[in-house]
Design a protein around this ligand. Sequence first.
Ligand code: SF4
Length: 542
Amino acid sequence: MQVLESPVQTTLEEGIPLSEVTFCVVDLETTGGSPVDSRITEVGAVKYRGGERIGVFQTLVNPGLAIPPYITHLTGIDDLMVRGEPPIEAVIPTFAEFVRGCVFVAHNARFDFSFVNAALVRLDYDPVPPPPVCTARLARRVVWPDVPNVRLQTLAQYFRTAVRPCHRALADAEAAAEVLVGLLELGGRLGIATLGDLHGTVRARGRPHFGRIRLADGLPNAAGVYLFRGRDGRVLYVGKSKDLRTRVKSYFYGDGRKKIEELLAETHSVEGVPCGSELEALVLETRLIRTHEPKYNRRGRTWRRYAYLKIDPSEAFPRIKVVREPKGDHASFLGPFPTSHHVRLAKEALEEAFPIRRCTRAMGPKTRFAPCALADLGRCATPCDGRIDPERYGELVRDLLSSLTSPGGLLEALEERMDRLAQAERFEEAAEARDRLRVLAEALVRRRADRWLSQSGALRLRDAQGRTLRLLGASLVRGDGAGPIPLPCPRDRADELAVVRAWLTRNRVRLEHADHPPAEPVDGGGRLHALLTRLREADRRQ
Ligand code: SF4
């Protein structure tokens, strides 16, 4: 057994520069292809760090079983050669120590890695931690298609290695190590600089755009927002990340999604905007998506589908309308809702609780026409035939509007109806009532939070990391000219308000200043939260 070595590093963080990583390049000869049934006949390993060879390990191993003739024909190792050699039990302790703390490398690494770990585990040693680095896979990313294939023989010729592979363990390990050094040198020009980069490259599934991974070179390892731009400078995609450089590189490792492949094919440059906090990154991402409506951000155009419920008490006999824009000085709005399905459910919930008219005909104080079936069912106050005058109808509308602010009674009534349906085993109707109730309750929770944020004026908050955040009218102040978010929130700023609301709900922050101290109506808050918890719990059980 031959062992020559220098000490190795013991930490293998993904950010470690490759020049500081100790690689152990391993090659095995075996009696066959199965790590369960076959045994090792020879071990060759070479350690490299910073392009320098710092250790070597080589030994023949007595496998304890006959070596098949075709293996002998391939490697030249026969039963006679290994008869006096140590068994794997005697080799493993030294080899385990040799490979400890190194990144395991092999050509077609899965084979050698599985044999080594099977032997280590069989003899009660800790396995070598994954992932191994495969020089064949790495070559596919770095030198393909400059080479006809990624066989070790071919790569040794390409890199003109001093040692040529010959199906003996040490020679093959030496050749693979020289190939690794060559690949890392070329990979450096592609931006493979750290151990994390190397692992990502080896894991990469496709490679059509891998050569352009260097577009990420100028990005910092910092939190922020990134923009993929096309040849004409158009923004194609906006995203955010805690680590801009690592995240952008990950796209080039082979995401596998067709859309991402198309995005990378169109990308000409990638820009990064570092942000001081997660909230800033979230808000900036949303603002950039709204401004540029990038082709590959699905969210970019969804705000155009948002809708509101509108009730205008200045009309003689108001009804609940679905509108796309929150316009109307005297009107009250609920929303925006993300889809027409959601807005319809909320409308039905309110109409279930209040006998507001549902017909769409224009009605003045004296308009009269024949009632519809809702009159007979008792589901409409029936102003169309004069059964209710504008004053009494106005009281009904005022009740509805006040229940949007103090929804305790409204929610109680709807919840009781849902429970009655369930008890009567009208499960389908009960499920529909539950869906309507949930959509309405969620909208009311959002409404309360948005009013609180918007009406507090200037807010100064401190996050868990001690950073100061400033909001003005629910809008994060970051010097980009974005003004306060008015209420009702316009559709094109609804995503931004949702991001701020959700972030404040998820994170612990300290309120240091508010122009107008926060206050919310007492009635309904507890019931709203209890109700939503109950509905979500029921969803989880289904
Ligand atoms: S009962 Fe009359 S007011 Fe009510 S929805 Fe029907 S038509 Fe309209």
